[in-house]
Design a protein around this ligand. Sequence first.
Ligand code: 13P
Length: 226
Amino acid sequence: MIFAANFKTNHTRASTKEYLLALESLAQKSSDEFYIFPPISALCSSASKITIGSQNAYPVNNGAFTGEIGLEQLEEFGIKTILIGHSERRVLLGESQEFIAKKFEFFKNNDFKIIYCIGEPLEVRKEGELKVIEFLAEQFNAIDINYENLIIAYEPIWAIGTGVSATNDQIALTHKAIKKICNKPLLYGGSVNSSNIKNVLATQNVDGVLVGSASLDVQNFFNLSK
Ligand code: 13P
C-alpha cells in the first residue's frame, strides 16, 4: 500500500527533519511505500525508503517566476516526485486544466513520479455518480494516462479537511470508474484518519491514501499503515 502525507502549509524545515527521522525509523521494517510532501521551504534529500516529493513547482528549469520554484531547485535535493492537480491549487490558486496539463508534460519529460490529483466539488457529487465521472474524466484532458510513473489520487473536494470522508460505497464506485479511464495505482484522499483507514484500505481499487491533517503527527501517520 502507498501512504502519502501532504503537509500543505504545515511544518517547518526543522520539524520536517525530525518527522523524517522518526518516520524512517518507524517504517524500517514496513513493506509499504511512504511519501511525504513538505512545504517548499522544508524540501530536503532522502537517502532512505521514504520518498520526499514537492507539493508544487513551475514547469520550467529556472527563470523569472516570482514565488515559484522550478526543476533546478528540485534537483538540488534530488527530488523526483511531485503532486500535480491538487484541488487547492485548482480552486484557490486558479490553476486551469490547460496549465496543469502543461505542468504534467514538463515533469513527465523530466521523468518525475507524478501523483496526479482529481476530485469533484459538492455540487457535482449531489448530481450523482454519472456526473461525478464526467467531471473527473475532464480532469484527464491532455494528460498522458499511460505515463509509466503515474499515480492517481482521487480526492473529493467536499471531503478534504471536513472530517467527512466519502463512504466506502462512493469510493468503490468512483474508483472502479476511474480505473476504467486510467489503470494506474489509485489513492483515496479526503479526511482519511485512524477511524476510517481500515475501511478505506479494504475498499476495492484502493491502492493507498493521500493524507492531510492526519499525517501531521508522524506516529499518527505511520499508525495508518498498521
Ligand atoms: P485531509 O486529509 O486533511 O482531508 O486532506 C486531504 C488532502 O487534501 C491531501 O492532499
